[in-house]
Every structure is written in C-alpha cells, then in structure tokens.
Design a protein around this ligand. Structure first.
Ligand code: NI
Length: 277
C-alpha cells in the first residue's frame, strides 16, 4: 500500500500509449494512490480528468515557476474553477526556480504569491517547488499567511511524534533539497516535506541527513516521474511504481521496516491531501 505523492502522468512527453501503459502498471501494483501534479494549464486540466477517471488518482492544479511569464488573471480564474472539481486536492506545483530562471524572477514571485492567495481563498493544500530560492520561498509563504493561525485553523490537526496533536498548514515542500536546519524550520511552521529519488543517490549526503533528522510524521514519498528516477533504475525514465525504492531508502535511514515506512508515508499523504480512509 504505497502513495506516490507527486507524479506527472499528465506530462506532455508521453504518447497516449505510454500513458495507458503506466496506468495499467499502476493498477497492477501495490500503489494505493498517485497524486497527478499540474505544472501549467493543460497539464492541470489533464490531472483533474485523471482524478475523475481513476479511483486511485488525485490531482493538484497550478502553474510552475517555469511558466510564470505567460500567466495572467484569466489563468488564475481557470485554476479556481478546476480546483473546485471533485478530487482536485491541492494547488501546485507552484513556487520559485532560480536555477533555470525560465521566467523572470519578478513574474515568478508575483504569480507564486497569487497562487498561494488562491489556495488560502479555497482552503486547499499547497505543493511547493523551490530551487535555489530557499530563503525567499519561505519568506513569501510567511508573508502570504501560508502558516498563519487562520490558515491552520482550516485544517484538522496532525499527529506529531508521541501522538501529540499539532497544527498543520498543509504546505508541502516537494522533492525537498534544503538543509536539515531548513527542514526543521519548515516542520515547526506546520509544513510537510516530501522526498524523491535523489535520496537514493550515493553522492547525495544532504537528503539522507534531512530524513534522519525529521520525524516520520512529517515525511511523504514521491517519484516526480518521469524525472528523478531512483536507484536501481537511475538513467531510465521514472514511473510511479518506483516510489517503492525511495520508501525502501527512507526505511533504511530510519531503521524501520519497509512496511512501516510504506504505511506511515501513505497515512501522511492521505492526511495531507484530505483523503478519508
Ligand atoms: Ni514535479
């Protein structure tokens, strides 16, 4: 019973046949849920359609910072409509990418803020993409009230270590690549961290450190497929069923069984996306 909390079945690089093959594989696998994550308007529409079509699929809708330069208020209005469809569970992926800088930084910042505002207005979870923009991402989230009392009061409490109820801002840092300290700050604010294939890479020392330091209660697992393929399939296109390998690595770092890590990340993701058991 696994949850891939971040995949792109909606990716424009797939042919229809390739997409159907992935879906067939998911349905024959141990995956209980996949969240199909939008990155522009067409992919958000497709994610919402997948969520409608498949029991195991949920969707996030949003525009990635790469495409911020082409956004306008009309796109926000369309996202608002899409977000209210059944099983559309989050706004995302949204954020800042100062590594690629495909859109100018001013547009990235402006449309990131607007989409956080949309998520607040609709009381929805937020899926964040942040690259080479650690501090400013956190600053904007704080300024837009993503961790505020008002926002946290829209969502049920989460269960922290030792069964202690804690505030939950339902803000997810997808494919978290920051430091242990940054991860700890986020968790304190009520955020959740998601770990992808890079945690399985030998040369990656940082992410295993984050996983070791952050309690299981705040961790999700994802593939970000077709990108970031975990070992032992690194070099090939990624797929949702490979989330197993990221979960195995999390279990090894935590010193728990694979089954425990699978169950915990499944429960955490169901809570994050508001899926009732
Ligand atoms: Ni992604």
């Amino acid at each position: 019973m696994l949850f891939d909390s971040h995949a792109h079945l909606n990716n424009e690089t797939y042919t229809d046949e390739e997409r159907e093959a992935l879906i067939t594989e998911i349905e024959a696998s141990d995956l209980s849920y996949v969240c199909d994550i939008g990155f522009d308007l067409p992919s958000s529409v497709m994610a919402a359609e997948h969520a409608q079509r498949f029991d195991w699929c949920y969707a996030a809708v949003g525009v990635h910072p790469h495409d911020a330069g082409s956004m306008d208020e009309g796109v926000i209005a369309k996202l608002r409509m899409l977000a209210q469809r059944e099983k559309v569970a989050a706004i995302g992926e949204i954020g800042l990418d100062f590594y690629y800088d495909h859109s100018d930084r001013e547009s990235q910042i402006y449309w990131f803020r607007r989409q956080v505002q949309l998520a607040n207005e609709l009381a929805m979870p937020i899926v964040i993409h942040s690259r080479e923009a650690d501090q400013i991402t956190m600053d904007i989230l704080k300024e837009e009230g993503a961790f505020s009392k008002e926002r946290c009061s829209m969502f049920p409490m989460r269960t922290g270590p030792g069964g202690v109820p804690e505030k939950d801002a339902r803000v997810l840092l997808h494919c978290f690549s920051g430091s242990r300290e940054l991860g700890q700050q986020y968790v304190k604010l009520g955020a959740t961290l998601s770990v992808a294939g890079p945690v399985t890479y030998k040369n990656n020392k940082k992410t295993p450190e984050v996983v070791a330091a952050i309690p299981m209660e705040y961790l999700l697992a994802e593939t970000d497929s077709p990108y970031l393929t975990p070992v032992p399939f690194r070099g090939k296109p990624n797929k949702p069923i490979y989330v197993e390998h990221t979960i195995r690595r999390i279990a090894a770092i935590k010193g728990i069984t694979y089954e425990e890590a699978a169950e915990r990340t499944l429960k955490n993701a169901m809570h994050f996306f508001g899926i009732l058991a």
